[in-house]
Every structure is written in structure tokens, then in C-alpha cells.
Design a protein around this ligand. Sequence first.
Ligand code: BGP
Length: 447
Amino acid sequence: ALADFPHDFLWGASTSAYQYEGAYNEDGKGLSVQDVATPPAGTANFQLTSDGYHRYPEDFALFGEMGMKSYRFSIAWTRIFPNGTGEVNQAGLDYYQHVLDELKKYHIEPVATLFHFDLPAALQKQGGWANRATIEAFVNYAKVVLDHFSPQITYYQTINEQNMLFQGAVFAAFKGHGTFKDAVQANHNMFVAAAKVITYAHENHPEIKIGPAPNLVAIYPLTARPGDVLAANTYDSIRNLLFGDVTILGRYNHVAWHLFEQFHAAPDLAPDDMATIAAAHPDLLYFNYYNSETVRAADSSDMLPFKKVLNPFINQNEFGWDIDPEGFRVTLRQLYDRYNLPMIITENGLGAHDTLTDDGQVHDPYRIKYLNDHIYQMRLAIGEGIPVIGYHPWSAIDLVSTHQGFVKRYGFIYVDRGEENDSGTLKRYKKDSFAWYKDVIAHNGDN
Ligand code: BGP
């Protein structure tokens, strides 16, 4: 028989500040790197988004109606410290207090991310994460947040998808923007910053359960040829395991370190860095899972010792991402064996072109199928004894995709944005998946 989900399982859903809030320059907020980025032609920018900054009471009422037990969101650093450092902007702290008050009305547990892709632009100008001054700026910001909201928030993630930030910086370096060494150094500095925040949380607020939130995928070799298997092993060590290894085990894995050395890009370590990292002990592994990836051995034209390829046995979504629920269980097993920590899923979901019908409906059976299949695999994993304690589909409500505006939607709630770059009515509509997820939660996953 299938195992039951724990009675206090956190059935939630997810957003991030810069993709959901809008109000990019209101109430003293400073500009983040997202606010000053130019989106691809024809896609929405991050200035208005879903206008969650103003509409959260209406949205949270819908979250309450869905029965959500938890809500994973991020705090915008630039609302608290407009320039990354300096004076606290009280209006920013007040805003998130209102958010917490509103969640409380519906008994929704907050699951907060301290940093989700929205570095203060002022810090980026001074080198961003590659500059060690950003470590202290982040730690200072995090301390203010942890102190201010304790004990109201128990569940915290330090950095969302540090590994995707790193990957982005590496690919940029190969195209001539920055260097591989800078990417590795920025990544190292994030490890040190997150470690300091974890240790501070534990020393000052023992109720807090804090950890990283990488994006993790199952990785397969294209064939059983040993060269392909080796390539998959290398890729897994660098793309996935590096992030749990440094943060949870307190050490760089040898595969990643060796690769950095081959590129003459090993990070500069300050004398205490590895001790700081080793002293931090995350309570939980939070992670985002969307897909699996498949690689083959590199050939002479490849920069790195693996090459991403299509998996002929797996279907892709309309944006080319592999859909692989069994890969989710592979990933859960691998992570629990290696790190032995309870896990909270902070993102999982299907991006699609949704259509609003004339009578205000959105039929999204593809999303229901995707989520249902992943919940099933998670349930099998729990039955195997793997402690998954929460699940937060991306996204609670439609919001701006990282690169595709509102063309690509993930929510249980549709947001009418009209054409990409005008505002539309911003009216909210429940998708079919809304009623489906409500039912899942009501039956504690036994649907
Ligand atoms: C993750 C991010 C989110 C989010 C999601 C979907 O990488 O943490 O911020 O947007 O993926 O990605 P996308 O919007 O590119 O489809």
C-alpha cells in the first residue's frame, strides 16, 4: 500500500519577491539587478509583475481557500536595505510584517527565502558576489531580518538556486563576460555568506530551521558507454552535489575542485573560510526540482568535460524542459543517502502557455498531470523512509518567468496581464489546477 503523507505535511506553493511583488520603486525600495536588467524583446519586465505588493490580501485569501498550509516567498533585500548596506528602510520591514499578519489569518506557515536572484544593484556595481564586501552586506541584511521576524518565521532558506547563478556566470564567462575565476569566486563567497547566516541563526534563534535551496536534477548518461557515464558523474558533482557538499558536509568535492584547478580558477580562500563553512550545519535541505538532464562524453569542441543532450526516452514540455517524475525520486534518494537531512521541496512545476476562456476559465490538465505524477513519486519516496516534510509547487499564482515574461505561466491562479507589456486588468482567475490542488491538500495527498 502507498504510505500516508505525515499529518503535518507542509502543502504549500511558492513565489519570489521580484517575480511577484512589482512596486519596484515604492516605499523606499532600492533597485535590484533585476530592476535594471533589460528583458528580451516582447516580454514583461519586473516593475509591475503580478502587483502582489498591493494585491497580496486578495491573493492570500485565495491561498487560504485552496487550503495551503505553507507559503514559500522571498524577502527583497532592496526593500530592507535599498542600497544593500547602510540604513534600514523601516517601510520594508513593515511590509513583510503585514504579509506575515495576513498569512496568519489563514494559518499559513511562512517559508522565507533571504535571497532570490535580486542582488541590490548598488552592490553589483561594486563587483557583486565576487567582491568579498558582499558577504558582510548579506550577513548584515540577514541578521536584521532574522532578528526582526523571530520567532514568527521558522523556515528560512539562505540563497535560492546558488547553483543556477553559478552556472549562469560560467556560461557568461565562456561568452567573454567576466572570467571563470570570478564565477568560482562569487560562488565561494556565497557559500561563506550563507554559512555565516546559518551559524548566526542557530546561535541567536534556536527555533529557526535554515538551509540552502539549490536547483537539483537527476542526471543520466546518454548511453552505457563508460565515457558517457563518467561525463554524467562529473556533471552531477559540479551541477548538483557541490552545493550540498560545501554547505552541508563542509567541503568542496574533489571533482569540482579539480575542474576549477584545470581552468586555473580555484577560489581564493581567506584563512577562516573553510572553518566558517564547516561550522555551519543546515537543519534542512530545501531544493527545487523541475526536470532531469542527460549528458554524453565531451568531444574536442566542448569546453567542459560533458555535453548536455536530449534524452530520447523522456518527453519535454513546450519550453524544452524534460518532464521526469521518476527522476524526482532518484534525486530524493540520492540526496537523503548523501546528506541525511529532512527535505522541503521549494519549487516544482510546469511552465506553459495558459489560455483564459471567454467565460473566465483556464483548463490546465497538463499542469495537474505534471504535479500529480511528481506527488506520486514523492509519496513513494516517503514510503521508502525518506523524510520529505513539505512541498511547494512553483508557483502559487502566475508571475513573471525569469526569461519569458507572462508567456510562460506556472500558477494555480491566472493573472490577466493583457498584452505582455501593458498591465491588463490584473484580475485573478482560478485555474482548473486550483480546485485540483485544493482537493489534494484536503485529502492530505490521498487524491
Ligand atoms: C527557478 C527559479 C524561479 C523560477 C523557476 C521557473 O529557477 O528559482 O525563480 O522562475 O525556476 O523558471 P522560469 O521562470 O525560467 O521558467
